[in-house]
Design a protein around this ligand. Structure first.
Ligand SMILES: CC(C)(COP(=O)(O)OP(=O)(O)OC[C@H]1O[C@@H](n2cnc3c(N)ncnc32)[C@H](O)[C@@H]1O)[C@@H](O)C(=O)NCCC(=O)NCCS
Ligand SMILES: Nc1ncnc2c1ncn2[C@@H]1O[C@H](COP(=O)(O)OP(=O)(O)OP(=O)(O)O)[C@@H](O)[C@H]1O
Length: 208
C-alpha cells in the first residue's frame, strides 16, 4: 500500500489477535481491526445491513434495528452456502473500509488485524504478516469461554478457517500465545523495534 508499511496480524478465532494488537496500541501503533470494521459496515440503517436483511429475512434484525449477531452466527456456520452468501455481501464492504482506514492511519506503520487475511488474500495489502499461534484446543477453550458459545459452534467456525499448519507456513513472523498475556507485551515490543526499522527503510526506498 504505497509508502506506508502495513503489518498484517492474523490467527484463527480466539488465538489472541486482539490481545496482541492491544499491546501494539499501547506502543502508539494504529490498528485497523476487521472485526470492528465488520460491525461498522452493518450499522443500523446501513446499505450493507439492508442487503443482509433482504437475504436473510427481516427477522435477522432485533427490534432496535440492529443485527441479531448470535442468530446470524448460528445460521451461517451451520450452512456453507449461507455463509458464502453473507461473505459475498460483507467482504467487499469490509475490504473497502479497511483500505480507507489504512490510508488515513497516522502512525509510522499500521496494523491490519483479521482472522481471514490469507483466506481473503488481504495479504496483498500487507508487507509482512504476523501469525498468532496457539494449539487448537486452547483456541477452542478461549474462544468459547470469551463468547459463551458452545464449543461445537467454535469448531464449525474453525473448520471454515485455514488450519494452524497452513497459516503458520505463510507467516513472516510467528507469535506463540500459549503462555501468559505478559509474554505478548514482550513480543510486541521486540517486533515494534523491527517494524519501525522496516517502515524507515520502506520510506527511503520509495523516495529513491
Ligand atoms: C456472523 C457474525 C454476525 C457473528 O457475529 P459474532 O459477534 O458472533 O462474531 P464476531 O464478528 O465477533 O466474529 C468472531 C470471529 O469469528 C470468525 N469469523 C467471523 N466471520 C467469519 C467468516 N465469514 N468466516 C470465517 N470466520 C469468521 C473470526 O475469527 C472472528 O474474529 C459475524 O461474525 C459476521 O458478520 N461475519 C461476517 C463478516 C466476517 O467475515 N468477519 C470476519 C472478519 S473479515
Ligand atoms: N495468553 C493468554 N492467556 C490467557 N488468556 C488469553 C491469552 N491470550 C488471549 N486470551 C484470552 O482468550 C480470548 C481470545 O483472545 P482474543 O480475543 O485476543 O482472540 P482473537 O484472535 O482476537 O479472536 P477472534 O478472532 O475471535 O476475534 C480472550 O478472552 C482473551 O482475553
Amino acid at each position: 500500500m504505497n509508502d506506508k508499511l502495513v503489518i498484517g496480524v492474523t490467527g484463527g478465532i480466539g488465538s489472541g489477535k486482539s490481545a496482541l494488537t492491544r499491546e501494539f496500541e499501547k506502543l502508539n501503533v494504529i490498528v485497523v481491526d476487521a472485526d470492528v470494521v465488520a460491525r461498522e459496515v452493518v450499522a443500523v440503517n446501513s446499505p450493507v445491513l439492508t442487503q443482509v436483511a433482504q437475504q436473510f429475512g427481516a427477522d435477522i434484525l432485533l427490534s432496535t434495528g440492529e443485527l441479531n449477531r448470535a442468530k446470524l452466527r448460528e445460521i451461517v456456520f451451520s450452512d456453507e452456502h449461507k455463509k458464502q452468501t453473507l461473505n459475498a455481501i460483507m467482504h467487499p464492504a469490509i475490504r473497502n473500509e479497511m483500505i480507507n482506514q489504512l490510508h488515513n492511519a497516522q502512525s509510522p506503520y499500521v496494523i491490519l488485524s483479521a482472522a481471514l487475511i490469507f483466506e481473503n488474500q488481504l495479504d496483498k495489502l500487507t508487507d509482512k504478516v504476523v501469525v498468532v499461534d496457539v494449539p487448537e484446543t486452547l483456541q477452542l477453550e478461549r474462544a468459547s469461554s470469551r463468547d459463551s458459545v458452545e464449543q461445537q459452534q467454535i469448531q464449525a467456525i474453525m473448520a471454515s478457517q485455514w488450519t494452524r499448519q497452513r497459516r503458520n507456513e505463510q507467516a513472516d513472523y510467528i507469535v506463540p500465545n500459549d503462555g501468559a498475556i505478559a509474554l505478548l507485551a514482550e513480543q510486541a515490543k521486540n517486533l515494534n523495534t523491527k517494524f519501525l526499522q522496516l517502515a524507515a527503510d520502506k520510506l527511503i526506498n520509495v523516495a529513491n
